[in-house]
Design a protein around this ligand. Structure first.
Ligand code: COA
Length: 257
């Protein structure tokens, strides 16, 4: 049987491809468990410095598996799945994660992209939170992360109508960092990952943690964390290497120490 999550290690980057094409990469319980396992493994591997999560040309992910998860679901079965801890596990991955989206990123698929550190998209990408059409609302961060990204008025319009937006509009509302051509989107996303993987990994991890805090705390608490993380980095070999390289006009090589 084909793997539902395909991992390709090309150190210093790794690509994690969702692989349920017959259901547009809908997120079943099994897919979620596998994804959490795979990401935890990569996060523990020091040779991997940036992770790309992707799907296929046609779909990043069409969201929660409606047949598997919703048809006979009750509040109790939903609680039993313990989705919160699984989404939390993805959020806690310290290695920078890029969501490389082509085709549909809907519902939980859009929420998965938003749980990553950077979202890039092919021209064909379409994002949306269509849960309202099923009589429900986003349940894995959509109402919170989309609102923090696009603001209350845009988020409400998208969530209340279930309207899909294309890559350019997603970029205009701040959801997408870069839009790449349809022929090269995955290679372009990997090139971005390789560029990030060349940076000092301890600084990269602390940077994404600090950026997340800007969503999740007061300005004072965020500034406090940033200042301490900034000071902490002065104890690393990579800070010495970066400054030495600048002074001697050469390219730095960062070791992650
Ligand atoms: N869960 C389960 N199955 C899904 C799915 C999902 N979220 N999204 C798509 N599929 C299945 C379809 O039921 C279909 O199965 P079938 O071949 O047995 O009929 C197959 O994937 C292909 O989907 P189809 O709709 O024919 O493909 P499409 O390319 O024309 O359209 C979508 C793709 C994603 C626009 C459409 O399938 C869709 O709207 N899916 C639901 C999205 C959604 O509401 N997500 C939020 C869930 S909370």
């Amino acid at each position: 049987m084909a793997e539902i999550v395909i991992v390709t290690r090309e150190a210093p980057i790794a690509t994690v491809q969702l692989n349920r094409p017959e259901v547009r990469n809908a997120i079943s319980e099994q897919l979620m468990d596998e994804l959490v396992k795979v990401l935890a493994g990569l996060d523990g591997d020091d040779t991997i410095r940036c992770i790309v999560i992707t799907g296929s040309d046609r779909a990043f992910s069409a969201g929660a598996d409606i047949k598997d998860n919703f048809v006979n679901a009750t509040p109790v079965t939903m609680l039993d799945q313990d989705l919160t801890s699984k989404w939390e596990a993805i959020r806690r991955i310290r290695t920078p994660i890029i969501a490389a989206v082509s085709g549909y990123a809907l519902g939980g698929g859009c929420e998965l992209a938003m749980a990553c550190d950077i979202i890039v998209a092919s021209e064909s990408a379409q994002f949306g939170q269509p849960e309202i059409n099923l009589g429900i609302i986003p349940g894995a961060g959509g109402t919170q992360r989309l609102t923090r990204t696009a603001g209350k008025y845009v988020a409400n319009e998208l969530i209340l109508t279930g309207r899909l937006i294309k890559a350019d509009e997603a970029r205009a509302i701040g959801l997408v960092a870069q839009v790449y051509p349809g022929a090269s989107w995955l290679e372009d996303a990997k090139a971005l990952a390789r560029a990030i993987a060349e940076k000092p990994p301890i600084a990269a991890r602390l940077a994404t943690e600090a950026v997340d805090l800007a969503w999740n705390s007061t300005l004072d608490a965020g500034l406090e964390f940033e200042r301490k993380a900034f000071y902490l980095l002065f104890a690393t070999d990579d800070k010495k290497e970066g400054v030495d390289a600048f002074m001697s006009k050469r390219k730095p090589t960062f070791k992650g120490t």
